[in-house]
Design a protein around this ligand. Structure first.
Ligand SMILES: Cc1cc2nc3c(=O)[nH]c(=O)nc-3n(C[C@H](O)[C@H](O)[C@H](O)COP(=O)(O)OP(=O)(O)OC[C@H]3O[C@@H](n4cnc5c(N)ncnc54)[C@H](O)[C@@H]3O)c2cc1C
Length: 608
């Protein structure tokens, strides 16, 4: 028997965005449930290392307008400038709010929140690097997640831990809740709500080398897409320049913020060539491309596919002296500011970053695209900003779009708290005045039969085989650099894999309790859908912008492409869609409305 629960507001996902939304919805006076496939404090937000950006100006002059400018420029002008302004302005009191909740930020000598440099963050419209990233050692996300979880418990939010949402329920043009499976029992539950917010995080597992946890399979994006919600700007997926070679584990940009430098096989600090002004602290897309170009020219370490990230005091101090800076770093500074990074390298690589450089390569990291929303977290379904009643999204799964074509470091954590908070408030307001729209009959049936199909499948192909092929193809052909023929081949491969997922799948566990075999297969369906729409969107955009770098269209083309793309499935269903052509359009204009005409940032060529 399907169990039915009723709440005013339902939040799917317990990372930073979900918890902030839940906290604000409950403070708004409505009954809130958080559903999470992971135990909340295991969410990926807990792995965020480097920091959360806010123009507090604790160590040097800084302003929200400069932060907004960097965000828009870093996003290669595709960001909605009103959203970037909201992000940068509200970052300040969001960070102070976290501090008041008890988050143990690192401190300056005066007792203020300490701040460090990060890629693309500058003062006075690109003049020089600025210290904007607030941090708690290299465990900032962990501290945010713990702090918000404690606050949610304190405010009586109801948690459904280890429940995986597998479908969204619509009725009368409104989102009325979700269908979930309880991991421990395999039972199906329906959550009936007035407002439902998706905060399910990203989908780095589409690619073979990624910084993302195993759970980041894009469930929320895939299941809403299947039900007809368009996805925005899916061609923009960020590769972080510094993942541990072959493993993908992230080495925070904070390492370069502390003075670390990238070195190629010839011993050169190659970023001097690509970004003469801010060098190793250029934005991520620029640095990732530079590394690929170095590798292509045979400048990898010992001719292999990696370069070094060097934060040893000898090297750092040499470059600081060359730059005329008085600051010097010691081994103790590195130990104190980057403890987790040192642990990762010592444990996984046997490399001690205080004495040796770290071998790194770009790693799939962050989805700029996702479920389109306005600045209130309401989901919009077309280029005219039409709101879908009852549905909200926040965090990495959402596309506000404040990050445009490339997100700056530290801006995701800001996005979670700023837009999570706005989404939570908007849900509470809506739920207080709206009635429950009834559930449709048999709301769970379609997805239940899809689960049965996977559970009882008796084909020849194991999910891991399909997953590996997808990840390898996407890494090679829809990665840092792309071109028409490669993307088209990737699309064909992904479609073949989707067909095999439908017709030739086989899993081992046919039971109900903790059937991770079943759920991982279902998650693979989500990844395949997202790989397909990423490839279609990448094929469509005939220019290079931000994280989307086409070798056959190397220039940014503001005349034709200063627009968002929306991709839509016109055959709503509960399961991985078959092979078909979704509708893709680029009618959605970039919103350039900042506070005043004078502050508007007009696209300019990007130099660092
Ligand atoms: C290693 C690493 C380091 C990073 N460092 C930084 C940094 O220093 N600064 C910065 O700004 N950004 C950083 N980022 C990016 C940032 O951490 C993420 O973008 C952000 O934490 C995403 O938060 P979220 O709340 O959207 O989702 P997540 O924290 O990923 O949480 C997703 C939630 O959704 C739930 N969920 C997913 N699918 C389902 C489903 N089907 N049913 C039920 N629940 C579901 C999960 O259980 C989880 O609770 C980093 C990312 C990584 C991977």
């Amino acid at each position: 028997m399907t169990k039915i629960h009723q709440f005013d507001a339902i939040v799917v996902g317990a990372g930073g965005a979900g918890l902030m939304a839940a906290l604000y919805a409950t403070k708004g006076g409505v009954k809130v449930a958080v559903i999470s496939k992971l135990y909340p404090t295991r969410s990926h937000t807990g792995t965020a290392q480097g920091g959360i950006g806010a123009a507090l100006g604790n160590l040097e002059e800084d302003k929200p307008l400069w932060h907004a400018f960097d965000t828009v420029k870093g996003g290669d002008y595709l960001a909605d400038q009103n959203a970037a302004m909201v992000l940068a302005t509200e970052a300040i009191d969001a960070v102070i709010e976290l501090e008041h909740m008890g988050l143990p930020f690192d401190r300056t000598d005066e007792g203020k929140i300490s701040q460090r440099r990060f890629g693309g963050h500058t003062s006075n419209f690109g003049e020089k690097p600025v210290r904007r990233a607030c941090h708690a050692a290299d465990r900032t996300g962990h501290m945010i997640l713990q702090t918000l979880y404690q606050q949610c418990i304190k405010h009586d939010v109801t948690f459904f831990d280890e429940f995986q949402v597998i479908d969204v329920i619509m009725n009368q043009g409104t989102c009325v809740g979700v269908v979930a499976i309880q991991l421990g029992t395999g039972e199906i539950h329906i959550f009936h709500g007035k407002a439902t917010l998706f905060a399910t995080g990203g989908w780095g597992r589409v690619w073979s080398v990624t910084s993302n946890a195993h759970s980041l399979t894009g469930d929320g994006a895939a299941l809403t897409y299947r039900r007809g919600v368009p996805m925005q700007d899916m061609e923009f997926y960020q590769f972080h320049p510094t993942g541990i070679y072959k493993m993908g584990i992230l080495i925070t940009e904070g390492v370069r913020g502390e003075g670390g430098v990238l070195i190629n096989g010839r011993g050169e600090r190659f970023m001097e060539k690509y970004a003469p002004r801010i060098k190793d602290l250029a934005s991520r897309d620029v640095v990732s491309r530079a590394i690929y170009l170095e590798l292509r020219e045979g400048n990898g370490i010992k001719g292999k596919d990696y370069v070094y990230l060097d934060v040893t005091p000898t090297t750092v101090n040499k470059y600081l002296a060359e730059a005329g800076e008085t600051r010097r770093i010691t081994a103790e500074d590195v130990e104190k500011k980057l403890p987790d990074i040192l642990d990762f390298c010592r444990v996984y690589l046997g490399v001690d970053p205080v004495k040796q450089p770290m071998p790194i390569q770009p790693t799939a990291h962050y989805a700029m695209g996702g479920i389109p929303t306005n600045v209130h977290g309401e989901v919009v379904v077309d280029a005219n900003w039409t709101v879908l009643p009852g549905m909200y999204a926040a965090g990495e799964v959402a596309c506000v779009s404040c990050h445009g074509a490339n997100r700056l470091g530290t801006n995701s954590l800001v996005d979670l708290v700023v837009f999570g908070r706005r989404g939570g408030k908007a849900m509470a307001e809506y739920a207080k005045q709206a009635d429950f729209v009834p559930l449709p009959a048999n709301a769970e049936k379609e997805v239940e039969s899809e689960m049965t199909r996977i559970r009882t499948s008796s084909g020849k192909t194991r999910p891991y085989e399909l997953r590996q092929m997808m990840q390898k193809t996407m890494m090679e052909k829809v990665g840092v650099f792309r071109e028409e023929a490669g993307i088209a081949e990737a699309l064909e491969t992904v479609r073949e894999l989707k067909a095999r997922f439908q017709t030739d799948l086989s899993i081992d566990d046919r039971g109900y309790k903790f059937n991770t075999d079943l759920l991982e297969a279902w998650e693979l369906g989500c990844l395949l859908d997202l790989a397909e729409i990423t490839a279609i969107s990448a094929l469509n955009r005939k220019e290079s912008r931000g994280a989307h770098s086409r070798e056959d269209f190397q220039e940014r083309d503001d005349t034709n492409w200063l627009v968002h793309s929306l991709i839509k499935n016109h055959a709503p269903s509960a399961f991985a869609t078959g092979v078909f052509e979704p509708d893709l359009n680029t009618d959605k204009k970039v919103d350039m409305s900042l506070a005043s005409e004078d502050e508007r940032f007009i696209p300019k060529a990007r130099t660092y």
